[in-house]
Design a protein around this ligand. Structure first.
Ligand SMILES: Cc1cc2nc3c(=O)[nH]c(=O)nc-3n(C[C@H](O)[C@H](O)[C@H](O)COP(=O)(O)O)c2cc1C
Length: 180
């Protein structure tokens, strides 16, 4: 599989078989995802792999805004809490913001890491879906995430039970503007 096939072939997978995700395979995926670029190579992304009773608790308490996500987390073999170390990406050493985007580079870095993670998982035959609709404060509480970390997103992961078609993409002409 080349990079184009990997990027174009990855889909958001929302139904999974009951086969567990081996911890060796998950380590392998993170071993790849850690090569994602980050602000000044700060590497703020951290992965909490959640299974069993803790996953059930997450599903029950953290996805009230959309039951579809709660059901997905409950049914999947594993969910990853993609967390980050606060106050590094986008910050100077003295704690001031480096740019007018202030701390939003944290989300940029974890977004890149999330895509790298999902592509590495896809290359290994696993399905993923990124979840943005959740209560980040309840999630931090349930997971025991310390004050100096934040929860950026969840990534549901498992062995795919289906292979959906790609949702329609915009044409290149709509996406690119050339200026000279
Ligand atoms: C930042 C972000 C948040 C998302 N949040 C959710 C979500 O809460 N629930 C969900 O089912 N899918 C979620 N998705 C998946 C998108 O719906 C999906 O990527 C999009 O429809 C394109 O489909 P594809 O991933 O198969 O190409 C999210 C994706 C991203 C990048």
């Amino acid at each position: 599989m080349n990079a184009t096939e990997c990027i174009k072939g990855r889909r958001s997978i929302r139904t999974f078989t009951s086969e567990p995700v081996s911890h060796e395979l998950l380590d392998e995926i993170v071993e790849v995802a850690r090569f994602a670029p980050s602000w000044k190579n700060t590497q703020i992304s951290r992965y909490i792999a959640v299974e069993g009773a803790k996953k059930a608790e997450l599903a029950e308490k953290c996805f009230e805004a959309w039951k579809g996500n709660a059901d997905m987390v409950a049914a999947a073999p594993m969910v990853i809490a993609l967390t980050y170390v606060k106050n590094r990406s986008g910050f100077e050493r003295d704690g001031s913001y480096s740019t007018s985007k202030e701390d939003r580079w944290q989300n940029f870095d974890t977004g890149i890491a999330a895509e790298a993670f999902c592509l590495a998982a896809y290359e290994r035959g696993l399905g993923t879906v990124i979840l943005g609709i959740f209560d980040e404060f309840k999630a931090a509480e349930v997971l025991g995430v310390p004050e100096d970390r934040g929860v950026a997103a969840f990534i549901v992961i498992g062995h795919p039970a289906n292979s959906p078609e790609a949702p329609k993409r915009k044409e290149v002409s709509e996406l690119v503007t050339y200026l000279s």
